[in-house]
Each structure stands twice: as structure tokens, then as C-alpha cells.
Design a protein around this ligand. Structure first.
Ligand code: XLS
Ligand code: CA
Ligand code: CA
Length: 437
């Protein structure tokens, strides 16, 4: 069944190629810093955007041209859509995909009916995984679309919403396990609040932690060994999301004794919504040993909401790759394109252009980051900048050998601090630009 009849497998043709349906930088077998590009990125397609996105927005309904859709939300349509998705991913050459339970199969009238629908589609997902060798990077549960979650799921004021969410995640974990998923993501959906007049914040946080503990217990019970990931996001849909950013998630996980069971899935658009750069969020998560996977996309800084655009900015991808190379990679995580084509890009071929652009931007960024690291200029500069900590009083502080008394004595004797040296930000910015030439 050729659903993209005019498109053949996308190949690497090198930087000089002018064929828009080819890779100019992503060459899966090319080895950089001892690892193939395929293994550096572990690229993944997000089922929800690419196969359930219709291009609808608050001002109008969907207008995407998807010739395989029959206009129903039936299980039959869901199964046909799986075949389309796998043909797309095969032609694109991505090794992974991600989904929410409700992306792949329709919700029924009862939980039992919903689970049965999911089982039928999962059997086909499994078949297609086996046929193509494409694997599941992560599964997740949609705990935000159905009206029962209007007040949140694990943080709802309605205990039945918590119970339903638990049942839903239980099933999503089983399905992820069944499909050999290597991670499982928790994005906080409506876990947050819009105003404090009606909200018991402490009780909601306790419930959220309880929910995660139950998930960890069940993971162990079924022998699922995939990595659990929490995905920070500061706002949208609620004004105040509990998983605001990497720092808030780290504090939450530590407070509730969950720090060893979770890592973070960092998304670029969520980082900027939080007033950070993606590189900040990655560096922060990595510093705490919590960087597990990334959702690759970008926002539009002129709009300021979650536009989920495909990443094309080489400064962004180079920054990401500097941090990722710095921690030795992302596996078992990967680079998931949580991104959607613009409403105006309504033809199926636009899905190819979008992913090719994202993959090439990351591959190009990887090459640049590897060159920056090989030259060592940045690393040497930073090392030099902190040299006062490599010996003398700095070393004594780091080694816990100097307290306030010793530090006062040291300064009384010395009289004043050593003069500062320039941070040379502009010089370094110029230096980084040389690699983009
Ligand atoms: C929404 C999130 C979501 C998660 C998965 O903003 O990005 O798509 O990645 O639930
Ligand atoms: Ca995401
Ligand atoms: Ca997003």
C-alpha cells in the first residue's frame, strides 16, 4: 500500500545537494566522536503531530490534506493510519517513534472498550515494528484532552479523575512494555492551576507525587525497565504548571523521594516559555544527572506560545549537541520531533520537508559542536577562567578544608580579593561564529 507514491526513501546526498527531498548533513552511518549519527540522535517521529494533527487552530478547523483519512475516528481508520505512519517513517529513515495512547486508538464509551480498541491497534503497531525494525522511543498517556481531566488528572480535586488516570497509565505502561518501548514520558497536561482561590496547592503536589510512586511500583511489578521521564513545561494549558522547568522538577523529585526513578525529557519550546534557553535547560538537567531525552522543536519568540515548530536554527542545534556530547549521549533517550508543520503547509510532502530539515539541522549542529570540542578553545577558556579554584584557597574551599574562620583569616592577611579578569563574552561569540562560516 503506497500512500506516499511519489516519494522514495530519503537519502544522504551531501552538503552540495539541491534536492529538497534528500539529507545534506544527516548521514546515519557517518561516525563522529566514535559514534554513528544514527546512534547520536536516535531520531523519533511524534505520532500526534504528524498523524493526528489537522492544522486546526482557535480560528478555524483543520485543513490538512491527508488522502488516507476517511473522516471517521474508527479503529479501522486507526489501523490504516498505522500503516501510513510506518511507510512515512520507513521512507524518512528514522529509527524511532513516540505516541500517546489516544493518538493511536480511539476512546470508547467505557474504559474496557477503550482498552480493547487500544489492544487492536497495538497488535498492528507491533506487526509494523517487526516489519520495519522501527522501535518505540517512548509511550505516554493523554491525561488532558478528555473533559474528565478539566481540573487535572493526578492533581484533580476529583479523586475519580486520579483513579481513571491511574488506570489509563497502567494500561499505557503495559502497552509500552509490550511494544519494547525504551522510555515512558509523563507530561503534566493539566497538572497545574489557574488561580489559588480554589486550589489546595500542597495537597495537589502530594497527590502528584503519590501518582508517580504508584507508577514506579507498577513499573517494577510488570518488569518494565524503560526509563521514566518527566517533561517540564511552565504554562499552557494551565497558568501555573507544577513541572515548570528542569529546576522545579528536580526539586519536586528530590522532595518526594523520586529522584532516582526519573530523568527529564527537555523540550525546546517549553524551555523558552519558561524564560530559559534550551541550552540552559539541558545544561541544568545534565548537571544534576537528569538529562534523559529531548523533544526537538522551537517556538516563535514573537508569538510566545507553544507553536511546536520544526527546529532549523543551527545555533540552537549546536548548543544542544554541545551539552549532549558533553554528557556522553542521550541513550536510552533520543531526539523526538515534537513538532508540527504549519497550517499553511497542508500537503503530505510537507511532513517530509519538515523532518528532513530538523534532522539535517541536528546533524549539521553535531558536526559544528564536534569541531568546537575538538579545537578545545572554549573548554580551555572556561578551564582558565576558573583556575583560582585549582589550587590555593579555591581548592581548600572545594575540598571542605576552609570555613568562615579560615576564610576571614585569609582575607585579613591578604587585604583584598585578587583583581578580576574579563569574561570576554564578545570575543567568544565571535569565535563561535567562525564555526558557522
Ligand atoms: C505538550 C507536550 C506533549 C508531551 C507528551 O506541550 O509537549 O506533547 O510531549 O505528552
Ligand atoms: Ca513535548
Ligand atoms: Ca510543546
Amino acid at each position: 500500500m503506497a500512500l506516499f507514491p511519489d516519494i522514495s526513501t530519503i537519502r544522504y546526498e551531501g552538503p552540495k545537494s539541491t534536492n529538497p527531498l534528500s539529507f545534506r548533513h544527516y548521514n546515519p552511518d557517518e561516525v563522529i566522536e566514535g559514534k554513528s549519527m544514527r546512534d547520536h540522535f536516535r531520531f523519533s517521529v511524534a505520532y500526534w503531530h504528524s498523524f493526528r494533527g489537522t492544522g486546526s487552530d482557535p480560528f478555524g478547523p483543520g485543513c490538512a490534506h491527508r488522502p488516507w483519512e476517511d473522516g471517521t475516528d474508527s479503529v479501522e481508520m486507526a489501523i490504516k493510519r498505522v500503516r501510513v505512519a510506518f511507510e512515512f517513517m520507513e521512507k524518512l529513515g528514522v529509527p524511532f517513534y513516540c505516541f500517546h495512547d489516544r493518538d493511536v486508538a480511539p476512546e470508547g464509551k467505557t474504559l474496557a472498550e477503550t482498552n480493547a480498541n487500544l489492544d487492536r491497534v497495538v497488535a498492528v503497531l507491533k506487526e509494523e515494528q517487526q516489519r520495519t525494525g522501527i522501535k518505540l522511543l517512548w509511550g505516554t498517556a493523554n491525561l488532558f484532552s478528555n473533559a474528565r481531566y478539566m481540573h487535572g488528572a493526578a492533581t484533580s480535586c476529583n479523586a475519580d479523575a486520579f483513579a481513571f488516570a491511574a488506570a489509563q497509565v497502567k494500561k499505557a505502561l503495559e502497552v509500552t512494555h509490550e511494544l519494547g518501548g525504551v522510555n515512558y514520558v509523563f507530561w503534566g497536561g493539566r497538572e497545574g492551576y489557574s488561580n489559588l482561590w480554589n486550589t489546595d496547592l500542597k495537597r495537589e503536589l502530594d497527590h502528584l507525587a503519590r501518582f508517580f510512586h504508584l507508577a514506579v511500583d507498577y513499573k517494577k511489578q510488570i518488569g518494565f525497565t524503560g526509563q521514566f521521564l518527566i517533561e517540564p513545561k511552565p504554562k499552557e494549558p494551565t497558568v501555573h504548571q507544577y513541572d515548570f522547568d528542569a529546576a522545579a522538577c528536580a526539586a519536586f523529585l528530590r522532595t518526594y523521594g523520586l529522584i532516582n526513578d526519573f530523568k527529564l525529557n527537555i523540550e525546546a519550546n517549553h524551555a523558552t516559555l519558561a524564560g530559559h534557553t534550551m541550552m540552559h535547560e539541558l545544561a541544568y538537567a545534565s548537571a544534576y544527572g537528569l538529562l534523559g531525552s529531548i523533544d526537538a522543536n522551537r517556538g516563535d519568540l514573537l508569538l510566545g506560545w507553544d507553536t511546536d515548530q520544526f527546529p532549523t536554527d543551527l545555533y540552537l542545534t549546536t548548543g544542544c549537541m554541545l551539552v549532549i556530547l558533553g554528557q556522553g549521549g542521550l541513550a536510552p533517550g533520543g531526539v523526538n520531533f515534537d513538532a508540527k508543520v504549519r497550517r499553511e503547509s497542508f500537503e503530505p510532502v510537507d511532513l517530509f520537508h519538515a523532518h528532513i530539515g530538523g534532522m539535517d539541522a541536528f546533524a549539521h549542529g553535531l558536526k559544528i559542536a564536534a569541531r568546537i570540542r575538538a579545537d578545545g578553545v572554549l573548554r580551555d577558556f572556561v578551564k582558565q577562567r576558573y583556575q583560582s579554584w585549582d589550587g590555593g584557597i579555591g581548592q581548600q574551599i572545594e575540598q571542605g578544608k576552609a570555613g568562615f574562620v579560615e576564610l576571614e583569616k585569609y582575607m585579613l592577611e591578604k587585604g583584598n580579593a585578587a583583581p578580576n579578569v574579563s569574561g570576554r563574552q564578545e570575543m567568544l561569540e565571535n569565535l563561535i561564529n567562525r564555526y558557522f562560516g
